[in-house]
Design a protein around this ligand. Structure first.
Ligand code: K1U
Ligand code: ZN
Length: 169
């Protein structure tokens, strides 16, 4: 298993649309393991393959307190979304920026698991937010693109300042 580099906004590779996985073979299982290692090390509660410059429809999520409830979703599709919630989101590709985003409160998602078995999952709260956030990544969308131009600019300035400080350190 390996820890992969995470692309940072506004890297244009974050805007690529991921391709569906044809078969959950050994290479996809290795990718899932590497994404999980990278997410736990970051640390984060989710990670999309796009963020590691792999443009396949694969995401990993773990919103448990114990950090031992890994969910892998291959070719995820939202079958139903309802309600609304405002949630303060972060993103490993936009470090240090946290902003409220409006999302569906409940989602029903269908995907393949690590063994290539189809399953459905009903989610609400943080898990529902995380699924929507990671599926946006697979479509080349970063959470700051849900914000008003003013808030997005503020986020970009914050990111630049953080990068300057990191370079000077
Ligand atoms: O996609 C990503 O960049 C991961 C992102 C997922 C996410 C978090 C919160 C709301 C929506 C989506 C993160 O994990 S940011 C880091 C974070 O929130 C966190 C890190 C450690 C423990 C708990 C949360
Ligand atoms: Zn993100």
């Amino acid at each position: 298993m390996a820890i992969l580099p995470i692309l940072e906004y506004p890297d244009p590779r974050l805007h690529r649309i991921a391709a569906p996985v044809a078969t959950v073979d050994e290479s996809v299982k290795t990718l899932i393991g590497d994404l999980a290692d990278t997410m736990y090390a970051a640390p984060g509660v989710g990670l999309a393959a796009t963020q590691c410059d792999v443009h396949q429809r694969v995401i990993v999520i773990d919103v448990s307190d114990t950090r031992d409830q890994l969910l892998a979703l291959v070719n995820p599709v939202i079958l139903r979304a309802d309600g609304e919630q405002l949630f303060e989101e972060g993103c490993l590709s936009v470090p240090g920026v946290y902003e409220e985003v409006k999302r569906a409160e409940h989602v029903l998602v269908e995907a393949l698991d690590r063994e290539g078995q189809r399953f459905t999952l009903e989610a609400s709260g943080l898990l529902a937010v995380c699924i929507q956030h990671e599926m946006d990544h697979l479509m080349g969308k970063v959470f700051v693109e849900h914000l008003s131009p003013l808030k997005r600019n503020r986020a970009v300035q914050k990111l630049r300042k953080r990068r300057r400080e990191r370079a000077d350190a």
